[in-house]
Design a protein around this ligand. Structure first.
Ligand code: NAD
Length: 363
């Protein structure tokens, strides 16, 4: 066992079908009386029904959340919260809506109740992102960690199957990198392995039957565990690559994670054999990178950067950005090997651990 330091920062969690109904008592528990409800425009009707459920404890609805929290949207939402005299915010939706809630909390310290409807996991982390002038900056602040999280699997029944699969793989990515994090620990590793196992079982079931409430519950429980991993340990190559690709080339978040994960794991495999073995065990395989790519393909998810809109002539810049600011990763960052990784990810080729000189090594 390696030495470690562990400090838990976990919000109160209310989990189970129909738990949305418990929102009013959870707001009361926080001592709040005027909640501003946040959502994307696509989920505005849901946000309005939440405001109705809150009755006099609702301050209003702000349904303008968009991906990557543009600073202008954050400012508008903060102003709306002030204008309405809100003393808490309820973020109902995926990572984009939770992110908007975090932007409000960062500025005002208002408590956030998050009600996740995807598997992105932002609700379990003190990490925020804000996009200004096309550049997304992330930071960490304990004020942005939601105070309460309500996980109601019934709210995920409407999540389109394609997004359910890619969002689930986004969650698996948090757990996979948590297993080789330089600041990892045994508790986080337990959560990571169980999170992967739950999602690996649930995603094929909900792909077959999107209304399968038990599968939806398992997937959401897996997402909770994976999100908790993300909130407690540092991510490595995979998350940095996805951040670069998503931010600089405007690619869809969950899909980028889905495509890149097998390649990033293959890259790190030679230096992280124990983590790879645990991921493989959770997936019920002996080759985690290949199995993850086959898993995604079998569930109809994208497996190449090309098909999600990445321009091939952007790969050199992506490789430059990937090595520009060093960070801890099991295997040192090597531009030649990362450029080869990106090429394979762009083509949708099978994942291999490319050596610095470009020679391929199967994992
Ligand atoms: P999203 O929140 O952008 O949602 C995608 C779309 O799906 C939206 O239109 C949304 O309204 C819709 N949607 C969500 N749930 C639905 C449901 N149940 N039924 C029908 N439609 C639904 O996507 P996401 O992948 O959840 O979040 C991505 C964003 O979250 C990115 O900006 C990413 O950087 C951020 N994120 C942040 C963290 C963190 O710790 N800070 C962690 C993960 C993701």
């Amino acid at each position: 066992m390696n030495p470690f330091t562990f400090e838990a920062h976990i919000p109160r969690v209310v989990f189970g079908p129909s738990t949305l109904r418990r929102l009013p008592e959870e707001i009361e528990r926080l001592g709040a009386v005027r909640a501003l409800v946040l959502s994307t425009p696509e989920q505005a009707a849901l946000a309005r029904s939440v405001a109705e459920l809150l009755g006099k404890r609702s301050a209003g609805v702000f349904a303008r959340a968009v991906m990557h929290v543009p600073i202008e949207t954050a400012r508008e939402a903060r102003e709306e919260a002030r204008r309405l005299g809100a003393d808490c915010a309820v973020a109902i939706g995926g990572g984009s809506t939770t992110g908007l809630g975090k932007a409000i909390a960062l500025d005002s310290g208002l408590p956030i109740v998050a009600i996740p409807t995807t598997y992105a996991g932002s609700e379990m982390t003190p990490i925020y992102g804000l996009t200004e002038g096309g550049v997304k900056k992330t930071g960490g602040d304990p004020r942005v960690l939601p105070r309460t999280v309500i996980y109601d699997p019934e709210l995920t029944l409407t999540l389109p199957v394609g997004l359910s699969v890619t969002s689930g793989l986004n969650a698996i990515a948090h757990a996979a990198e948590g297993l080789y994090a330089h600041d990892g620990n045994p508790i986080v590793s337990l959560m990571a392995e169980e999170g992967i196992r739950l999602l690996a079982r649930a995603l094929p079931a909900l792909h077959r039957t999107p209304q399968h409430l038990q599968a939806r519950s398992d997937a959401l429980a897996g997402a909770w565990l994976c999100g908790t991993v993300l909130g407690h340990v540092s991510m490595g190559l995979h998350h940095k690559l996805c951040h670069t690709l998503g931010g600089s080339f405007d690619l869809p978040h969950a899909e980028v994670h889905t495509v890149v994960l097998p390649h990033a794991l293959a890259y790190n495999a030679p230096q992280a054999p124990e983590a790879l073995a645990r991921i493989a065990r959770a997936l019920g395989t002996d080759d985690a990178p290949a199995a993850l790519q086959a898993f995604a393909r079998g569930l109809g998810a994208p497996t190449s950067l090309r098909e999600i809109g990445m321009p091939e002539d952007g790969l050199d810049r992506a490789a430059d950005l990937a090595v520009a600011a060093p960070y801890p990763n099991p295997r040192p960052l090597d531009r030649v090997a990362l450029r080869a990784l990106l090429q394979r990810a762009w083509e949708g080729a099978s994942p291999v651990a490319v050596s610095p000189r470009g020679a391929r090594r199967h994992t």
